[in-house]
Design a protein around this ligand. Structure first.
Ligand code: PAF
Length: 278
């Protein structure tokens, strides 16, 4: 496996490969990322992973400075998972001058849920992903379903810009107790780590109620969402949202739509997100 830090070295190593399969990450890798790398292997003629903590997608009050940077350990794991090439640029390589051209995703997709609580987040994500996919000459790119809205936003960006790239979603990887794997789980103290399972349990409760229901009355959906928020609050969480949406475009669901339940909530100082397709 080769590790490169500059665009010119990246170009050199991509050489004659015609179908890079790319897994963009911010590092501090866990089994979810490595599953994406393994999933990428048969989808291209070279498997590339990028590691870049993208300042543009962090608000000033968020954890950009403290975000764990674990390049050596990440590269060891990537190599074991079969990655061929790692692109880990410095900020000065990705943003040699202020990034004044930015991708503004449409409000209906990107201003609700995560976009509502993290204004500007998807502008930062789309801008860096566009750039990373272009630099790595990606023909397939893989993103985890754990960041469900991010996957939808990127899928639509690639489609609307007619980029010749297949976007593939990877299933969320979970610990034995159901907690979705996330780099931010490392912020939880042991007590919080035990409590963290409530988020996936809450999603399951809503999903089960939706499966059991015969109709999808908006009032009933709203009741399930608010009960779920209430059960998180009662256990000491600060929920941002628990929302039932249709999978296709994350809009309000209509009868017959395939559904997804999404949630974001703060446990102590850590903000966790998760979702469950119904
Ligand atoms: O999901 C992530 O790790 C990041 O948002 C991504 C897609 C690598 C862009 O920085």
């Amino acid at each position: 496996m080769h590790i490169v830090h500059t665009l010119s070295d990246l170009k050199g190593h991509l050489g004659a490969f015609r179908h890079p399969a790319v897994v963009p990450t911010m590092g501090n890798l866990h089994a979810g990322h490595l599953a994406l790398v393994r999933q990428a292997k048969p989808l291209g003629d070279i498997t590339v992973s990028t590691i870049f903590v993208n300042r543009l997608q962090f608000a000033p009050n968020e954890d950009f400075d403290s975000y764990p940077r674990t390049l050596d350990a990440d590269c060891e794991q990537l190599e074991a998972a079969g990655c061929d090439l790692v692109f880990a640029p410095l900020e000065s390589e990705m943003y040699p001058q202020p990034q004044t051209f930015k991708v503004h995703p449409p409000a209906d997709l990107a201003d609700s849920l995560e976009g509502h609580f993290r204004p500007g987040f998807f502008i930062g994500v789309c801008t860096v992903v566009l750039k990373l996919l272009s630099c790595t000459q990606a023909r397939t790119a893989l993103f985890g379903k754990k960041d469900y809205q991010q996957l939808m936003v990127i899928r639509n960006m690639v489609k609307q810009f007619a980029m010749p790239i297949d976007i593939v979603g990877g299933e969320t990887q979970r610990s034995d107790d159901g907690l979705a794997l996330s780099s931010r789980n490392g912020y939880l103290n042991p007590t919080e780590r035990q409590q963290a399972v409530l988020l996936s349990h809450t999603l399951k409760t809503v999903a089960n109620a939706l499966r059991a229901g015969t109709t999808l009355q908006p009032r009933e959906v709203a009741r399930l969402e608010s009960q779920a928020m209430q059960s998180l609050s009662s256990a000491g969480w600060k929920p941002d949202y628990v929302a039932v949406r249709r999978q296709l475009d994350l809009q309000m669901p209509h009868p017959g739509d395939a559904l997804v339940v999404l949630a974001a909530a703060r446990l102590g100082a850590t903000r966790l997100i998760d979702n469950l397709e119904v």
